[in-house]
Design a protein around this ligand. Structure first.
Ligand code: ADP
Length: 604
């Protein structure tokens, strides 16, 4: 399918007709100097638009593109629009409806330079390509999976809530696309990898992509936070702004220009925002340019180290965007001496990286490097085209969805035989109190006391049979009662989790690791998985009609095994919050793992 992709920037517009399978682009359109005298280029033909402004320029340029389509005998199947800010409302691409437009308008105050022009792009394109589906793909949506602890600013609650102040993150389409390509290149499921993606263009950001989902990213409410960029400062002490506003007596508008347009590489080097020039001048002895490179690379390294800590390790570090793809100097400065993380750079390979559509991924780490260092050519337009095609193909399908029983699991512990003997006596065997719904699982008569740094929780039920590893599954409420930090994990994933002391009637046992908040999940058999159109480790949404309102549990992990019985497990906190009755049922909505809505046709 051919899709028209439109990317309306604040002062320029880029569009392309793209083949969603192979990424070929028979038509490319650019509009420069939108606010002065717009110059329109379609492939190699240039012309001047008589009127300035986004609307006039698009009304002039899109019919030219339409003419070109006829000339080349190409039919397009849909239009994909890059929209900068989706706020907290959009966690995936969507087909544009009047309601969607309204919501994009509502979040415009979070991106005043971008969302309004994105909307102009949508309106003009709809007036010209009215018979096609239009799709919005948001820069922010991939990062909507960030946990609260990562996206919350330590500012007063009332202000945060009133203005939706939180970290959103940007460049999501690119981070997702290169993480996907990295996984394909490594021939490993994205859901099994921890990847740090560094998108280094004029704007620059880093993301921590843990098992396929963004859990941290360096940009915040706006694209100003984080790395040093072409003309943006990235992180500065907010106190600096208060200080210079007082000392220089400058207005908010001037501050905005200072931080967004005059800082970053341009502000540091005083020779502009193009890193190529800065690198050349640094080699000629320009001290400001040398400092610019050092500050840029230092900040990047700092984020890489921080994100490895956030994920408790890393399997691949990806460099993309104009700088990440082309600058061996920056890749070297960011990736050398990362041996402690398990990343060993191969300097020859780094020097020889040449990316192209035919070779979009190059590994520049040593063969024996545990962490792979990858340079990857990003292609946001192709990613948007693929999202658009997925949505168009599934638009007309009707859902007839079977339901899933929901079970509430109270805190419990799985023990090894060694732990059982330490707690209950040598040679002790667990005794069955009652069978559980999952085949061969049972609740035991035995209970243990959990000793947290803050307080103890007594009579925690042991579940049998014994396992090769201990695992204590608690709720958020328990976590704070005990005074520990338990990560949300799938059952069985206990590496890098905290340990805790257990007390039984016969003695104590020190759990070295294994305390988790269980990731809400669905057990199903391979047959169920086929019916629901999902696979093991997929992430889905489950909608329940409970209490007074319908409620969606997002981020539900699918576990598939012939040994399972169809059932969703949530913890007591979640059940209470949702006011769920004893026996509830949910309806599964499939997402494609991270960002794309797929409504599957499911046969009973
Ligand atoms: P945008 O964010 O506008 O899409 P790009 O991803 O195209 O930008 O990145 C543009 C940046 O890439 C420019 O600032 C340029 O300095 C940098 N760049 C491109 N090639 C090189 C290179 N060989 N060495 C260093 N920097 C480069």
């Amino acid at each position: 399918m051919y899709i028209l992709i439109i990317n309306c920037g604040s002062s320029s517009v880029k569009a392309a007709v793209i083949n969603s399978q192979n990424g070929n682009r028979p038509i490319e359109l650019q509009i420069e100097r939108v606010h002065q005298q717009p110059i329109v280029s379609i492939n190699d033909q240039q012309s001047q638009c008589p009127e300035a402004g986004h609307e006039a320029a698009l009304k002039y340029a899109l019919p030219l593109l339409q003419k070109k389509l006829k000339e080349l005998d190409i039919a397009i199947h849909g239009v994909g629009h890059r929209v900068v800010h989706g706020g907290k409302q959009f966690d995936r691409p969507v087909i544009i409806t009047p309601e969607v437009e309204q919501t994009i308008q509502q979040v415009s105050n979070l991106a005043p330079l971008h969302n309004p022009v994105n909307l102009i792009g949508i309106h003009v394109a709809q007036s010209i390509f009215g018979d096609l589906q239009h799709i919005a793909v948001f820069d922010t949506s991939f990062h909507q999976t960030m946990p609260k602890r990562a996206y919350t600013y330590a500012l007063p609650k009332d202000l945060r809530e009133k203005h939706d102040l939180r970290r959103y993150g940007f460049h999501g389409t690119s981070h997702h696309y290169v993480a996907d390509l990295a996984a394909k290149y490594l021939q490993t499921d994205l859901k099994s990898l921890r990847i740090i993606t560094c998108h280094l263009g004029n704007g620059a950001s880093v993301a921590a992509v843990e098992y396929g989902r963004s859990v941290e990213t360096s940009m915040g409410l706006t694209p100003l936070e984080g790395l040093v960029m072409g003309t943006r400062s990235g992180d500065v002490d907010p106190g600096v702004l208060i200080h210079i506003a007082k000392e220089e007596n400058i207005s908010i508008e001037e501050l905005d220009v200072l931080l967004n347009k005059k800082s970053g590489l341009a502000g540091l080097s005083d020779v502009g925002n193009d890193l190529r020039d800065i690198i050349d001048k640094a080699a000629d002895g320009n001290e400001d340019c040398r400092l610019a490179i050092q500050v840029f690379a230092h900040r990047l390294r700092k984020y890489i180290g921080a994100y490895a800590a956030v994920m408790g390790g890393v399997d691949a570090i990806v460099f993309t965007g104009g700088i990440g793809e082309h600058s061996s100097v920056i890749r070297h400065r960011a990736a050398q001496r990362l041996d402690f993380l398990g990343a060993l750079i191969n300097e020859d390979k780094n020097h020889d990286v040449r990316l192209s559509a035919a070779v979009p991924v190059v590994d520049f780490s040593m063969n024996h490097s545990r962490v792979k260092l990858l340079a990857i050519q990003t292609n946001e337009e192709l990613a948007i085209a693929k999202d658009a095609v997925r949505l168009i193909e599934h638009k007309n399908e009707v859902n007839t969805l079977p339901t899933i029983p929901i079970a509430v699991s109270a805190r419990h512990i799985h023990l090894t035989q060694e732990a059982v003997e330490a707690l209950f006596g040598k040679g002790y065997q667990l005794t069955v109190k009652a069978p559980l719904s999952q085949p061969n699982q049972f609740a035991c008569n035995e209970r243990v006391t959990i000793v947290g740094p803050k307080r103890n929780i007594e009579k925690v039920r042991v579940l049998g049979p014994t396992r090769p590893k201990c695992q204590l599954e608690i709720s958020r409420t328990d976590e704070f009662a005990l005074g520990i930090d338990a990560p949300v994990r799938a059952s069985g994933k206990v590496e890098n989790t905290p340990g805790i002391k257990l007390i039984g009637p016969a003695g104590e046992y020190m759990l070295q690791e294994g305390v988790i908040c269980a990731w809400r999940h669905i057990h199903m058999t391979p047959d169920d998985a086929r019916i629901f159109g999902v696979e093991d480790k997929d992430i889905v949404d489950v909608q329940v009609s409970a209490g007074s309102r319908p409620l969606t549990f997002g981020n539900v992990l699918v576990r598939v095994s012939p040994k399972y019985k169809l059932e969703m497990h949530i913890d007591t906190d979640e059940a209470n919050a949702a006011e769920l009755p004893m026996y509830s049922k949910g309806v599964l909505y499939k997402t494609d793992g991270t960002a794309t809505l797929i409504t599957k046709k499911i046969k009973h």
